[in-house]
Design a protein around this ligand. Structure first.
Ligand SMILES: Cc1cc2nc3c(=O)[nH]c(=O)nc-3n(C[C@H](O)[C@H](O)[C@H](O)COP(=O)(O)OP(=O)(O)OC[C@H]3O[C@@H](n4cnc5c(N)ncnc54)[C@H](O)[C@@H]3O)c2cc1C
Ligand code: SF4
Ligand code: SF4
Length: 608
């Protein structure tokens, strides 16, 4: 006789352990010692290894011993070399994913954290840099004082919340609406239930603060700084340099400032009135903004350099990648940059009755897909080479597009564009794909053994990434690597006196908050280069944490206007929190600045 083996209690308990472990790991962020983490991965892998292949059996045991030696202070520099070598051999020769993944993890870790391994040998522990930072603050690229502004939102003091945010980020409104919120990824509240909705609470502050004055600028220093490019990075650098008392001129080639916040992100995610208000506030500090001036055409780089004590180069990534297929020059083929730039200037094309295909799988492709629907298209297909789960667009953007009636068509690669006798787009021919081996961390695709497919179309939007227009600046002595300007972590360009660079033109297309962080770092570096050490501070009192228990409580997510309604217009689609929701959500913050993590040594750090 056979019996059904269902152990619901045991299964539920094991599931709970995994859920708990996974929450704990996600909420940990940069706070754990990387050597201990490596050691834990190796021990888990040892327990899972079948022991069949020698590299896995012996390699993992060797790694376990060497890592224990480092952690107990018995290792030396040779032990680190042995760990690196063993991990490399294990990755190359293990028969299955258990040994391969463990080896690769350890190898990546030694490469990234060699100084940590050395510190264990020389100092018997971690270097302080990786010890217990407040996770949300550490993961916000601009290191905004998040627990501070959440406490102010909780007490209803929205204007002071904005002052606290502006100390590190002069774009609270834009970030409240479009920031990809990396600060939430490792929020410690995840230990209890789920991360705090930090971006949503910032929106609460922005919507309710009213007009908030900027701090007074420090006395004039007599120094002149030029900023090339009025995107978030350039405007951030300009703002802080102006507050430090320097005279700042910003050159912008387009008719309005904002960079990709205006000429990329559509108004249904970032309304133009909010952006205009934010930029006007930044400029009101006394920045001289010259729009419609293209550096390289209307004025030379040398003229700017000779007329300034320092220059910040923040020209972004504005030229588009091509598909490189037949028919790409036909009428009706447009690039994502071209489409969104026109919309940014207020020129909304009429797509009524048109069949639109957007090629790409990132957030820019989603912006084009959802914008096409709002421009009246009869049908919109987003065509992507890999699977839906491989798309780099945010899942909520993909789901939002589907709700609005757009189709996501995956595993198809553009082959050629069919044009009619007048040279207009008639169809996109695609080759079906099959998902295949993982290469550089992503599953690759190969041609499937099925015939090409014809997708009828009137308009094809190509959204497969942007490049940096670096040629002119390279000709004028700015070093670059594959088009990206070569600047170090302080935005300094080695060998070019007084010139700094940051934002997308250094990193390649990234995010607004990374560009803002670069602008902040550049402002500090330029100030130091000019012989000063101005440190912006803010005079706001942060409420003390409230005593009480923290029962598990669901996270409040922001809702959107109904799909049928929002797809008709470019009005803001995301709805704010109510006061009741914001009060509950802000109360979920564990105040890691006070409790547990304590990286704000001796209280809160007010200075940069
Ligand atoms: C469609 C789209 C959607 C996006 N969505 C998001 C999002 O939801 N969240 C997010 O965080 N990020 C998003 N991003 C990315 C974000 O907008 C960029 O990372 C950010 O704007 C980069 O800032 P930057 O200042 O480095 O460059 P940019 O914003 O590109 O600004 C550079 C400025 O320099 C000017 N310029 C260039 N050359 C010259 C010259 N020779 N002379 C004078 N001026 C010049 C340009 O006109 C531009 O105004 C999106 C980007 C795109 C394209
Ligand atoms: S700017 Fe972005 S990353 Fe920083 S606190 Fe705000 S939402 Fe988080
Ligand atoms: S609980 Fe609060 S302070 Fe702690 S990481 Fe989350 S938002 Fe930051």
């Amino acid at each position: 006789m056979i019996k059904l083996k269902t152990n619901p209690r045991e299964i539920a308990a094991v599931d709970e352990i995994y859920r708990n472990l996974s929450r704990r790991l996600t909420s940990d962020g940069l706070s754990s010692c990387p050597v201990s983490l490596c050691s834990a991965v190796v021990r888990l892998s040892l327990a899972q290894s079948c022991g069949k292949c020698t590299p896995c059996r012996l390699g993992l045991s060797q790694l376990d011993k060497s890592l224990s030696d480092i952690l107990s202070g018995d290792g030396d520099l040779e032990t680190i070399n042995l760990i690196e070598k063993t991990a490399r051999v294990l990755t190359a020769s293990a028969d299955c994913a258990i040994g391969f993944e463990a080896g690769r993890t350890v190898y990546t870790c030694v490469k990234a954290f060699r100084d940590e391994f050395v510190s264990h040998i020389e100092n018997g522990g971690c270097i302080s840099h990786y010890e217990n930072p407040v996770p949300c603050v550490a993961y916000c690229p601009a290191h905004v004082d998040i627990p501070g502004y959440i406490a102010l939102v909780n007490s209803g003091n929205y204007a002071d919340a904005i002052r606290v945010i502006r100390k590190d980020n002069p774009f609270p409104s834009a970030c409240a609406l479009i920031c990809e919120h990396p600060c939430e990824h490792h929020c410690r509240r995840g230990l209890v239930d789920d991360s705090v909705n930090i971006r949503g609470l910032k929106r609460m502050a922005v919507d309710n603060a009213g007009e908030v004055e900027n701090p007074e600028c420090l006395p004039d220093t007599g120094k002149k700084i030029a900023v090339i490019g009025a995107g978030p990075s350039g405007l951030t650098a300009a703002y802080y340099l102006r507050l430090m008392g320097h005279s700042v001129t910003v050159y912008e080639q387009r008719k309005s400032a904002g960079g990709m916040l205006r000429y990329g992100i559509p108004a249904y995610r970032l309304p133009r009135e909010a952006l205009d208000r934010e930029i006007a506030s930044i400029i009101s500090t006394g920045i001289d903004l010259k729009t419609g001036v293209s550096v390289g055409k209307d004025i030379t780089f040398d003229e700017i350099k000779n007329d300034s004590d320092a220059v910040y180069l923040s020209v972004g990534a504005h030229s588009d990648n091509k598909l490189g297929i037949e028919g790409e020059d036909g009428n009706g083929v447009i690039s994502a940059v071209e489409l969104l730039r026109g919309i940014g200037d207020g020129n909304y094309p009429d797509f009524s009755g048109k069949r639109v295909i957007v090629v790409g799988g990132g957030n820019v492709a989603m912006d084009c897909t959802r914008s096409s629907m709002r421009l009246g298209a009869e049908s919109v297909i987003c065509a992507y080479r890999r699977r839906k789960e491989d798309m780099t667009a945010l899942p909520e953007e993909i789901e939002g597009a589907i709700e609005e009636g757009c189709e996501i068509s995956t595993l198809i690669a553009p082959e050629k564009i069919e044009l009619d006798e007048k040279g207009n787009v008639a169809a996109l021919w695609v080759k079906p794909q099959m998902i295949s081996v993982v290469s550089r961390g992503r599953p690759s695709v190969v041609n499937a053994d099925t015939p090409s497919v014809r997708l009828p179309a009137d308009i094809i939007v190509v959204a497969i990434g942007q490049k940096i227009d670096s040629a002119y600046f390279e000709e004028n002595g700015i070093p670059a690597n594959r088009g990206r300007f070569s600047a170090d972590a302080t935005c300094n360009i080695k060998g070019v006196e007084g010139v700094f660079a940051g934002g997308d033109c250094v990193t390649g297309p990234a995010t607004a908050i990374k560009a803002i962080a670069a602008g902040k770092v550049a402002a500090r570096a330029i100030d130091n280069y000019l012989g000063f050490n101005h440190i912006p501070a803010v005079d706001v009192e942060i409420p003390n944490p409230k005593a009480g228990s923290f029962p598990a409580c669901g996270r409040i997510n922001l809702s959107e206007r109904p799909a049928d309604e929002r797809k008709q217009d470019f009005g803001l689609m995301e709805c704010p929190m109510t006061l009741q929701q914001a009060t509950q959500e802000s109360s979920r913050c564990l105040r890691c600045d006070h409790y547990g993590y304590g990286s704000f040594r001796n209280g809160r750090t007010w200075k940069w």
